[in-house]
Design a protein around this ligand. Sequence first.
Ligand code: SAM
Length: 307
Amino acid sequence: METAANTQHTMKTTEELKQIVKDKYAEIALQDKDQNASSCCGATTSSNKVYNIMMDDYTNVDGYNDDADLGLGCGLPTAFANIKKGDTVIDLGSGAGNDCFVARHECGVEGKVIGIDFTPAMINKARENAEKLGLNNVEFRAGDIDDMPVADNTADVVVSNCVLNLVPNKEKVINEIYRVLKPGGHFSISDVVLVGELPEALRQDAEMYAGCVAGAIQKEAYLQHIADAGFESITVQKEKVISIPDDILTNYLDAEAMASFQNGETGIFSVTVFASKPGNTILKQKIRMADLSTADSGSCNPNSGCC
Ligand SMILES: C[S@@+](CC[C@H](N)C(=O)[O-])C[C@H]1O[C@@H](n2cnc3c(N)ncnc32)[C@H](O)[C@@H]1O
């Protein structure tokens, strides 16, 4: 069936997909909050409703700031992140700063929060919000989370709310998270994942891509990428089904395809996933090197790291 949505059917490159996402979130950052009507993908489409369903209510969470809440999340990762006073926290795809300000409440004046986002209008909005709140230990950095502007072993905790689904190369981001976490650090990330295959028309649509649905991958693959990166204690902390209303589905599917989608095995879920980076990586490396030098020389030298 040919619909307005699936006439856009073309394979897009990574850079094209990123540009679609940037344009969409710049539009959202620049429009009135009321106009945005609490949606992940802005005022222009019926998919607003999808994200109203995705959202969790932040308003009673300590550190909540109304100006920073553009209604773009799909969970409460900071509530599950076990942030302690003095922690350094990184928020991936920080938007207007919603999770950063909640994280700042948890880590206190002695901690530090770094938000990263690649949409300049979002960074500006987040910086304005931090200034209004008078916070000098919350910093917003412009950058791509698949190549973070952050040194190795920086963070005690990484959080992210409804962002990895938007990134074409999820493995790259997960490897980056591993790199920037300190040994023993952990993450808590809310995201959209799938169980079963989405109908092709839905999957190929740019609007659904920017709106956190079409870029989502299988839950099993998502958890496997995390395991492959070397994380341990991988736990799904929360899981919630998201159902797309019929009036949205009709934009993409004919009656037959819709019936099959609704009766099928496909589910769209919002999940919050926790995992930790092994704590003694550096020590283990030292011991391995020491083992080698011991094997070579048959002795253990002072300051070699093995004694
Ligand atoms: C759905 S919004 C979520 C914003 C925020 N986490 C919240 O809950 O309010 C996604 C955000 O991620 C940003 N983003 C998407 N892909 C990104 C990437 N590859 N690198 C950095 N930021 C990205 C977008 O610019 C946007 O601000």
